[in-house]
Design a protein around this ligand. Structure first.
Ligand SMILES: N[C@@H](CCC(=O)N[C@@H](CS)C(=O)NCC(=O)O)C(=O)O
Length: 235
């Protein structure tokens, strides 16, 4: 049996700057638990190398090593951390849990999955530029619809929880990726509830820690600029 409280660094976050590891870093910071990071070097595609595949066989970033084994998939890690530490998400007996779980899963299996099609169009339709731009047009429209639903579902004045950190990171990525792409399809002001959530998240100490660690710039969620990380690269 492991006792997390007694361990100096119970967690190792496998990360790359501004990747899907970002919401996990933010939540670790917010929880105030000790963790170490291990950079996955995107420039050399380290996520596809045997050493990383031994940690996360999906070859996707992030993965979190815990005293109980590795957890991967962003939403699973966030929920695992919230449950483990009894914070930042409604507990199992809380009547509010169902509603937040519903949107957490939507964020993961629908919104995040659609972002992957936008960012990695080549993986889905191959090298043809016309096919890629058709897929991207479809994805932008789909993502806008998903954000609209999430905006409407955002509860008024609630305490931030893991879904908020996950969404804040995804709002950032909408404005920045893919690089060399017209981002005028995305305007945070169209989603007032998400925008005010992003403003609140941006003001927290956990954001400042991630800004320093990953070079996220002064307003990482409401008016992001390309990261300038001290180590590694986003792509
Ligand atoms: N379903 C995964 C998606 C994670 C994901 O898309 N990670 C990206 C980085 S943001 C990645 O690993 N990209 C590298 C690749 O696809 O080779 C999750 O929720 O963790």
């Amino acid at each position: 049996m492991y006792y997390l409280g007694r361990m100096a660094h119970p967690y190792v976050l496998h990360y790359a700057p501004d990747n899907a590891s970002l919401p996990v870093r933010l939540v670790l910071e917010e929880l105030g638990v000790a963790y170490r990071t291990r950079l996955v070097d995107r420039a050399s595609e380290a996520q596809r190398k045997p050493e990383y595949l031994a940690v996360n066989p999906t070859g996707l970033i992030p993965a979190l090593e815990t005293p109980y084994g590795v957890v991967s998939e962003t939403a699973a890690i966030l929920l695992w951390l919230a449950d483990r530490h009894g914070a930042l998400f409604p507990a199992t007996a809380d009547p509010a849990r169902g509603e937040r779980l519903r949107w957490l899963f939507f964020a993961s299996n629908t919104l995040h999955a659609e972002l992957r099609r936008l960012f990695y169009a080549r993986l889905y339709v191959g090298g043809d530029e016309d096919d890629q731009s058709l897929l991207r047009r479809y994805s932008c429209a789909a993502i806008s619809g998903h954000l609209q639903l999430l905006d409407t579902a955002m509860p008024d004045g609630h305490d931030p929880d893991i879904l908020d950190w996950y969404l804040a990171a995804m709002l950032r990525w909408c404005a920045l990726y893919p690089q060399d792409f017209d981002h005028s399809w995305f305007d945070l002001q169209q989603y007032p509830a998400l925008q005010s959530m992003a403003l609140r998240i941006e003001a927290r100490d956990s954001t400042h820690a991630a800004q320093t660690a990953e070079g996220l710039g002064p307003t990482p969620f409401t008016a992001p600029r390309a990261p300038e990380p001290p180590e590694g690269s986003a792509l």
